[in-house]
Design a protein around this ligand. Structure first.
Ligand code: ATP
Ligand code: MG
Length: 383
C-alpha cells in the first residue's frame, strides 16, 4: 500500500500580511531539506503532502523534515481509494497489537455518501469484529485511527502525529553570523537562533600551526551537523595566529582572551557585511568560564556595533549538554583538540576585564592592519 507524508506547519507565524512570504520560505526550506530524493509535493489547506517517493526513503524523509523549523507535526499516511473496504484495510494496518482506540474521520468531500460519524462508526465496528483484543475508548484511547476522506477517489489513513521541531521557517527573521568554536555551546546556540527563523552562517577562528588540522576538521563536521537546521550554511574559516602572536608579544598576557574576543567580533562584523548578516551569535553563558562574565561580555560587545545574540546566556552547562546530544554534536564537540582560545593561555586570565584596561592593552596593537590581514585570506565552505 502506498504511503505519503503529511506535513503540518505551525499556524502562529502566519498571522498578518506576511503569510505568503512565510509559506514560500517554508516551502523552499522543505524542498532544500529533501534535496537528492525523488518525490512530489502538494500544498493543501494548512499542510503539505509529500508523495510518490520510493517507500524505502520514508524514514530518511521523516528524519530530514524533523529538522525543518516551522514543522508542527508529521504523519505517515496510507493513501487509498475512498472505497470503504480500502479504508478498512488501511485502518487495520494502523492498529496496534492491543489496547483501546478511537476512529476519527475528517471529510473534505462533503458529497461522500457517509458522514464522518458514520465512517468512524462503521470502520470501528469492523475492526472490533476482526480484532477481539482491541476495544474502543473515545475519551482516552491508547491509539488513534485517523481517516481523511479527501475526495471521492482518495483517502488518507494514519495513526501517529510525530512531533516536529516547531519554531519559525529559517530565513523569515533575518540573518546572523555564528561564532562557531569546536566546543559544546556554539552549535547549540546556532540551532536555537535558527529556530527563531534566522538564517545562520558561521565563522571559525583557528591558530594553525598552534592548533592542528584535526581541530579544523572537527569544526567542519560540527557545521555539517548544524546545517540541516539552518537550511544550509556558509562556514568561514579565519586564521588568527598573527593576532595572537602580536598580543603575546606586545600586551599583558592576562588580557589574551579579552583582546582576542574583540578581534573575533571585529572580523565577524566584516564577514557579516560580506554575507548580509545583521548580528553576531555566540554560545556564551553567564559565568560559565572566566571570560564569560558581564565585564567580559561588555568588553567584547564594545568592539562591534552589531548586536550580539547570546541565546544560552541563562542556561546551565548540563542543559546545554542535553541539547547538544539531541542535535548529535556533543560527541564531536568533546573530541580533545585545542581551540585557539587555549593557545598562549595566561595562567591568570583577567576574569572581570575592565573595558578601560582592555583598551589600554589594545592600544599597543595595530588593530586595523591585523583585522585586514586576517580577512585577506578567508576559507569559505558551503554546506
Ligand atoms: P563553546 O563550547 O561554544 O566553545 P565555551 O564554553 O568553550 O563555548 P568559550 O571558549 O569561552 O566558551 O567561547 C565562548 C564563545 O565564543 C563560543 O561559544 C563561541 O561562540 C565563541 N568562540 C570561542 N572560540 C571560538 C573560535 N575559535 N572560533 C569561533 N568562535 C569562537
Ligand atoms: Mg570554547
Amino acid at each position: 500500500m502506498k504511503t505519503c507524508v503529511i506535513i503540518r506547519y505551525s499556524e502562529i507565524f502566519l498571522k498578518g500580511n506576511n503569510r505568503g512570504f512565510f509559506e514560500r520560505t517554508f516551502e523552499e526550506n522543505m524542498v532544500s531539506a529533501l534535496r537528492g530524493l525523488s518525490y512530489t509535493w502538494e500544498k493543501q489547506e494548512g499542510r503539505y503532502l509529500v508523495e510518490d517517493y520510493a517507500e524505502e526513503d520514508v524514514d530518511e524523509i521523516l528524519s530530514r523534515l524533523e529538522k525543518v523549523f516551522g514543522v508542527h507535526t508529521l504523519s505517515v499516511a496510507f493513501k487509498v481509494s475512498s472505497d470503504m473496504d480500502d479504508i478498512f484495510s488501511a485502518a487495520l494496518l494502523v492498529c496496534e497489537d492491543e489496547g483501546s482506540f478511537k476512529v476519527m474521520t475528517h471529510r473534505a468531500d462533503k458529497k461522500y455518501p457517509l458522514t464522518s460519524m458514520e465512517i468512524s462508526a462503521e470502520i470501528g465496528a469492523k475492526i472490533l469484529d476482526m480484532r477481539h483484543n482491541l476495544r474502543v475508548d473515545v475519551h482516552n484511547p491508547d491509539f488513534l485511527i485517523n481517516i481523511d476522506v479527501r475526495d471521492s477517489v482518495t483517502s488518507l489513513v494514519f495513526g501517529k502525529f510525530i512531533k516536529g521541531p516547531g519554531g519559525m521557517p529559517v530565513g523569515t527573521t533575518g540573518k546572523g553570523l555564528l561564532l562557531l568554536s569546536g566546543g559544546i555551546d556554539s552549535p547549540v546556540a546556532g540551532k536555537m537562533i535558527a529556530k527563531r527563523g534566522m538564517k545562520v552562517n558561521c565563522v571559525h577562528f583557528h591558530s594553525y600551526p598552534y592548533t592542528n588540522l584535526q581541530a579544523k576538521d572537527k569544526v567542519i563536521r560540527l557545521a555539517k551537523k548544524l546545517s540541516p537546521y539552518t537550511s544550509g550554511l556558509t562556514l568561514y574559516i579565519v586564521k588568527v595566529t598573527k593576532i595572537q602572536e602580536e598580543i603575546h608579544k606586545k600586551c599583558d598576557g592576562d588580557y589574551m582572551v579579552a583582546l582576542l574576543r574583540r578581534f573575533m567580533v571585529r572580523i565577524g562584523e566584516k564577514l557579516s557585511q560580506w554575507c548580509g548578516a545583521q548580528c553576531l551569535i555566540t554560545g556564551e553563558s553567564l559565568g560559565q568560564v572566566a571570560s564569560q562574565t558581564i565585564e567580559g561580555m561588555t568588553s567584547t560587545g564594545d568592539a562591534t556595533s552589531l548586536q550580539i545574540l547570546r541565546p544560552l546566556v541563562g542556561f546551565d552547562k548540563n542543559e546545554i549538554i542535553d541539547l547538544a546530544k539531541e542535535m548529535e554534536t556533543y560527541d564531536i564537540s568533546i573530541e580533545p583538540y585545542e581551540d585557539c582560545c587555549t593557545v598562549f593561555l595566561p595562567r591568570h586570565p583577567v576574569i572581570h576585564p575592565a573595558l578601560l584596561d582592555v583598551l589600554r592593552e589594545e592600544k599597543k596593537l595595530d588593530v586595523d592592519a591585523l583585522v585586514e590581514e586576517a580577512i585577506s585570506d578567508v576559507e569559505k565552505i558551503e554546506f
